[in-house]
Structure formats: C-alpha cells, structure tokens
Design a protein around this ligand. Sequence first.
Ligand code: 13P
Ligand code: SF4
Length: 314
Amino acid sequence: MDLKNKEYIDKIKKLAKEKNAVIFAHYYTRPEIQECADFIGDSLALAQQATHVRANILVMCGVHFMGETMKILCPDKKVLIPDMNAGCSLADSCKAEELAAFKAQHPDHMVVSYVNTSAEVKALTDVVVTSSNAKKIVDQLPADAKIIFGPDHNLGSYINSVTGRHMLLWDGACHVHSRFSLEALLQLKKENPGVEVLAHPECKAPILAQSDVIGSTKALLEHTIKSPAKRFIIATESGILHEMQKACPEKEFIPVPPEVTEGVGCSCNECEYMRMNTLDKLYNCLLNEYPEMNVPKETAIKAVSSIQRMLEMS
Ligand code: 13P
Ligand code: SF4
C-alpha cells in the first residue's frame, strides 16, 4: 500500500467516524476500498450486517443493486453509494417488464431471484437468494413448487443440479464470471497438478465441472483459510484475492484468466463496475453525503418481503 493511499484511507476513516457513518465493501472492490471498510463481505453478509448497524449513514461500496438492497432493508438510514453508475451486467440481464410478462405466461410458478437484480425485479419476486444460500433456500421450498429462477442461468443450472429441481431458468449471465477460459483452466491444472480449483457458481458449467469447491465469495475465502493446502486456483472476480492474501499471506492464489476474444473485451477478470468505487469518489460521497440511494416507497414495500424471506430462510 503506497503512502498516499494510506493517508487517504486514514482521512476517509476519520471522516466516516466524525459523521457516524459505516462503510461496507464487497470483496470485489479495489484493495484500497476494502481497506477503508468497517465490513467486507459477500452479498448475503453485507445485507445481514446492514440490518444490525446503528449508524445514521451507511456507505455501500459495491454496485447499484447492493445499495438498493441496503436502502430497502434500512429505509430510515441515509444510504450512500460512491458511484450511482456502478451497475451490474447480471442485474441488467433481467428487466422488470420482461419478468412480469414471463410470470404472466407461468401464473402457477413462484419466482426465486438472485440478489443481483433491481428493486423492481425483487418486487416481483417471492424469495431472493444469494450464492451463499441459494441451495439452502430452494431446498426449503415445497417439493412440488413450480419455480422460475433468475437471472443467472449458470447459478440456476448449478442449483438445479444440486437440488434435483427443474426450475425454469432465466437466460442471464455475469459478463465477468461467464468469460473464464476453460482452456486456460485446463492448462493451469496441468501445470499445477493436485492444486484445488475454487469457483463461483456464476461461472459456466464446464468451469464448474473442473472445480473442487463451488461457493460464494465468502465460502471460497473461508475454504482457503481452513484448508491445509498452500496453493489454490481461483475462478472468480480477482478482487477477492486481496482478502485471501491478507488472511493467508503464506498461501498462493492463481487466478484463472478470461477468454480472450479477438479485438474485444478485457484481458483481466475484474468487474469494471466494482472498480468504479475509488478513494476519491468514496471521500467525496462521505463529505457531500451524495449520491444518496433512494428506492420508491411502493417498490420498496413489495421488494422488502422477498428479501426478508431470504434472511429468515438463510
Ligand atoms: P456473492 O457476493 O454472493 O458471492 O456474489 C458475487 C457477485 O457477483 C456480486 O456481484
Ligand atoms: Fe454484477 Fe458480475 Fe460485477 Fe458481480 S461481478 S457485480 S455479477 S457484473
């Protein structure tokens, strides 16, 4: 960590304290943002923690839907997010109007939505899930329930495979997790025989089929901490490596690279939306208490029950 960043982080922490603000960060944010945070976590942990915090101001360093979820759960708090444009390709792959039309075609189905969705989609949902609790929650639904699962097709297929359900899957995907290269993974396995592969369930089925541990960011992190192994191959957004390396400085983490498409795309496995959270934006957002997340009351009232149901069933 360079001195300039260290000073900036201290300044941000001091300002947060003065304002009685609590900073939350997802594991995929930049390392220096994670260093500012009071709580670092996956989508489930961040939502759970938000409901237990007393502070007046909550700052969510993540992406838009995470700020929305926080505001829906904590309507009386001021929820700030450093960049309102930090979206999510997965959430964007399911528009509320399209889901409403699909539901109308399947009136006997209940809707299970991944947390990576807009507040409007959550308002059309019976129960929200995250990658941490999707299996546990789907397992608790009535055995004969007909289910629409969205928007992540890869996670949905994985949950179908581990629960034996036949949920109808939405055709959405995360552009980061769906672009990991199978060829590169096979090569890494060949070069590192016996090294465990850890993957997020948003990855495509062929990547998951080559993985030893499949889980949310938190589950993967916990596995690296408790496992006696010294080296791991990681197929998820590379921001998590910061926390893994911090927790296990003596271990080695080998990231799986994405497919390189001729002339297009990013040659890294970073989520550009998560990286939109910078120290400058975090500082200014705390200082000006802007941009502030707001969710229309009617939407929030409908969305909160599907999120609450998730928290109860987790
Ligand atoms: P989790 O935080 O549930 O592991 O989800 C990962 C993700 O893609 C967040 O955007
Ligand atoms: Fe969305 Fe994928 Fe980025 Fe997560 S990593 S915020 S799912 S685009």
